[in-house]
Design a protein around this ligand. Sequence first.
Ligand SMILES: Cc1ncc(COP(=O)(O)O)c(C=O)c1O
Length: 382
Amino acid sequence: MRKIYLDSAATTQVRPEVIKVMTDVLTNEFGNPSSTHNYGRSAKSLLESSRKAIAAQLNVAPGEIVFTSGGTEADNLVINSCVRDLGVTRIISSAIEHHAVLHTLEELATDRGVKIDQVAIKSCSNIDYAHLEQLLSDKQHKTLVSLMHVNNEIGTVLDIDRVANMCKEHDALFHSDTVQSIGHYDVDLSTTLVDFAAVAAHKFHGPKGAGFAFIRKNTGLKSLIFGGSQERGMRAGTESTHNIVGMAEALRISYENLEEEQAYILSIKKHFIEGLKDNIEGISFNGSCENHENSTYTLVNVCLPIPPEKALMLQFQMDLMGVACSKGSACQSGSDKGSHVLSALLSEEDLKKPSLRFSFSSFNTKEELDYVVSVLADFVNS
Ligand SMILES: Cc1ncc(COP(=O)(O)O)c(C=O)c1O
């Protein structure tokens, strides 16, 4: 059976070069970075050179990078500490954030009485910048804005510099979940003035269980996890050296090949969209993800013109034909709550139709996508 992986927004294939450096570390650099002997010092040195390389890539200081277990932990660290340690009493966010942010906000609203304001989302899936401005001009609360850079379900790209500048003007803190953008876009944090950002290695061909929080100097954030004094007291626990070295290598390779891979992946995305439009009448693209200005080059989220009875078989059929993609739709079975992102954007009628997210990497080919178009078209048109 053919196997085609089109779920890179969920996680990416680890690059062979990354596996190699990780295996080397696991084999030869197993010392605890906190140990003072030779093994420990050597592991520590690898850890710090990884931190330096990551910081240099983003144009920040190494001390502004705190290693975590991934994007979720980084989001939690930043948002919770802003409330606990910086006196934030209101958070402006949006209904289409990742659950790592949304569920953290729900907890803070319930447990700590934090006021949560949702900025309106326009039908094109962009945030309403005028509404954000209006929310920011209410100065009664110490405010954190938490808005993701690239949406993981529909690909919408936030004008992150515009939001950062608005936050500066209104004296609000700004955290951006950059899990789907760092490694895919050139981000310079010396000019993009976010205060905090969350990153996950497994979204750019690195290992799972590794990520980091960018925490701008002197913001006063404190640790959520207590124990040893690792990460300058910002995150206790023995560092996962092999994962961190693998993450630094994955980030290096992503940026080394960035322009070439961006152009290639965009070309296969365009090819896929054309194929879908030509072969499936009535297909639509969620969150204007076919607009290349507004949406990331790495994914497509489609709404299919088929009735609910048939929709139940859709994922099963894709799986049977060896196509790994993600259900991007609202509720289609009793046990599934459906996508909160699509629920915030689609009409009642479109929510009844099935949606699928296909997300790409440079490992995919046009030929694979032609096969997927034919599988999907056969199913829809049968
Ligand atoms: C936008 C976004 N934020 C946060 C996360 C969570 O990252 P992790 O899986 O590393 O915890 C993901 C992963 O799906 C994501 O896409």
